[in-house]
Design a protein around this ligand. Structure first.
Ligand code: NCD
Ligand code: ZN
Ligand code: ZN
Length: 373
């Protein structure tokens, strides 16, 4: 039995509010625990994007009642909400002594807790689910307006990467580049790091374990942004694992009905498959267990300033082979692009701040027992 710290996934889409038919805070955080993740950070591309403090507080309040692991949030922007930035960053990293000012903007007093709040600002430079795109002019204005120490996160794949790097260089703002998938993108990031730019990057398990060949086999169930790439791209990611800061699942559930439709949405679930895939790769000598700790715990905590607890840990059977279920246990979407894959590494138990919250496939804790971080 292998013991690991409770893992951190800094990139999930739990779809609430507005698209609870795809996932909700209860099912999504159950999937997190089942996958060995005790903390997740939720993206703002909801049906109504989370671009105001009021929307953020409403979302947090929905989460509070339903989560079984710890959850933090990102803020979003389309370039027209710059005045909201200070409200959400103040609220968050430095809780306001002047509570009255929060009331003045219409927030119910029960929202005024000691939550730590948003962990970054997420911007989309390419079309993807939710379609809240921004151009270079808006990007610069947003970068200048974001004064928090928490990173800006970018979806900037392929042709938008140069524009992103230009703005990062001009403003010097800490930036995390999400779901890097190609040799070209990772090379540009390595170059930027060498030049001293404050950039970090993440890769997803699907971009490490699937290629364009799988995309053909999977059809719309292998459709996500960025698209699956060539074997040469995948090899480049593996050969440069040291330059990758973290692994993020980009857990992006959509229903089978949507995936089977004429216009299938982008995205695949991932919370319940990340760790078995990585432990299987570790058993094959492709990375070390220490790399998994670095990529799924230490660096996520460090880069995003996430609280950790030594009594939050997981126990994993890393030796017994099994086949990934066609139906993952907990995600509402009920499918996985990795179904049928033979893996090693099954999460047996999860402890959250000393309390056993998951045991042999069973969630032992009630909705609302996770913490808003
Ligand atoms: C994500 C989603 O469905 O919200 N989809 C995806 O294909 N990755 C959005 C995103 O992360 O780009
Ligand atoms: Zn994205
Ligand atoms: Zn995403």
């Amino acid at each position: 039995m292998l013991t690991l710290p409770g893992l951190i996934d800094i990139h999930v889409h739990l779809r609430t509010p507005g698209q609870e038919y795809k996932e909700d805070f209860y099912t999504g955080t159950q999937a997190a625990l089942a996958g060995g993740f005790t903390t997740v950070l939720d993206m703002p591309n909801n049906k109504i994007p989370i671009t105001t403090q009021v929307l953020l507080e409403q979302k947090i309040e929905l989460a509070r009642q339903n989560i079984v692991c710890d959850v933090g949030f990102y803020f979003g922007s389309l370039g027209d909400n710059l005045e909201e930035f200070e409200k959400v960053t103040n609220r968050v990293r430095h809780p306001r002594p002047d509570r009255g000012s929060i009331n003045n903007i219409g927030i119910d007093s029960r929202f005024r807790g000691n939550d730590t709040g948003v962990f970054g600002l997420k911007l989309y430079l390419n079309p993807t689910t939710g379609n809240f795109l921004i151009n270079e002019e808006k990007l610069i204005k947003i970068y200048q307006a974001w004064s928090s120490n928490q990173p800006i996160l970018l979806h900037c794949e392929g042709e938008t990467m140069p524009m992103a790097l230009k703005v990062i260089k001009a403003t010097g703002k800490k930036t995390h580049i999400c779901h890097v998938s190609s040799k070209e993108e990772l090379s540009a990031i390595i170059e930027a790091k060498n030049a001293g730019l404050p950039v970090t990057c993440g890769v997803t398990p699907h971009h490490l374990f699937l290629t364009e060949v799988d995309a053909k086999r999977l059809g719309s169930y292998g459709l996500m942004k960025p698209y699956l790439k060539t074997q040469a791209d995948v090899d480049f990611l593996w050969n440069n694992l040291d330059s990758i800061d973290l692994i993020e699942s980009d857990h992006a559930p959509h229903t089978k009905e949507e995936k089977d439709s004429d216009n299938p949405p982008f995205g695949v679930p991932g919370l319940e498959t990340t760790l078995p895939l990585l432990l299987t790769a570790s058993s094959e000598g492709k990375l070390k267990v220490d790399d998994i700790k670095r990529l799924c715990h230490n660096n996520p905590a460090k880069i995003f300033n996430i609280p950790t607890d030594e009594n939050t840990y997981i126990e994993v059977d890393e030796t017994k082979p099994y086949t990934l279920n066609p139906k993952p246990l907990f995600t509402k979407c009920g499918w996985s692009p990795f179904q049928g894959k033979k893996v090693k590494g099954k999460v047996k138990t999860v402890y959250l701040r000393g309390e056993k919250v998951f045991d042999q496939g069973q969630i032992l804790t009630k909705p609302g027992s996770g913490k808003i971080i």
